[in-house]
Structure formats: structure tokens, C-alpha cells
Design a protein around this ligand. Structure first.
Ligand code: FES
Length: 113
């Protein structure tokens, strides 16, 4: 996979944006994870960061630990009422977490590999 570069100013603290195949964010540290949600493939680059530093999906608010790529909270809303769905996705992403990229600060830019 090829690397991408974005200005660090595009990712201020508490924000997420897209760079290539990654959602790149800043929860106090820069991170990059695969940008397709494991639930219904929403673009995680349009997500947000919660008070725990987790990446939250813009569609149904599943939350991901960006260090491990694992879901820490399953899809919310009507999906949260489905028996077993939460534990299914938590187990799924334990086995198949989001891919993690490496973010390197290079001057005013971030290189994402
Ligand atoms: S698509 Fe991400 S939680 Fe539904």
C-alpha cells in the first residue's frame, strides 16, 4: 500500500479526516486506521472522537479503540436492541480488527504508511 501525506493542520486535536485508505485522527496522538466500519462500511474518516479517545462511526456510533482496531462498543440505535449483535461485532473485530497505519510527523505534514 502506498503512503500518503496530509498537512498536520488538517488534523487538529479531537478531529478525524481521510487520507487514502485510512481514517487519520488526533486523540492526543495521531493515529491511522482502515476507514471502512466493520458494521455497514460507513466512512470512519467522517467519524468523531469520544471522551475515551475512541473513534466513533458516523452512522450508528460504534466505537473503536484506535490502538488495537477493535470495536469497544457495537452499533447503537435500533442495532443496539438486537440480541447478540454487540458481542458479535466485538468478537469479530477482536479477530479482524481495523488495519492500523503508521503516522509520522515530518515537518508540517503527516506521512501515513
Ligand atoms: S456502519 Fe458503523 S456502526 Fe453502522
Amino acid at each position: 500500500m502506498s503512503s500518503t501525506r496530509i498537512p498536520a493542520s488538517d488534523v487538529p486535536p479531537g478531529s478525524v479526516t481521510g487520507s487514502g485508505d485510512y481514517a487519520v485522527g488526533n486523540n492526543g496522538e495521531y493515529f491511522a486506521v482502515g476507514r471502512k466500519c466493520r458494521h455497514l462500511r460507513a466512512d470512519l474518516a467522517e467519524g468523531s472522537i469520544d471522551e475515551n479517545g475512541c473513534l466513533v462511526c458516523p452512522w450508528h456510533q460504534a466505537a473503536y479503540d484506535v490502538k488495537t482496531g477493535q470495536m469497544t462498543r457495537g452499533p447503537q440505535g435500533i442495532f443496539a436492541k438486537m440480541p447478540g449483535l454487540d458481542s458479535f461485532y466485538l468478537a469479530l473485530t477482536k479477530r479482524w480488527p481495523l488495519r492500523r497505519g503508521r503516522v509520522t510527523v515530518d515537518g508540517d505534514d503527516l506521512q501515513v504508511d
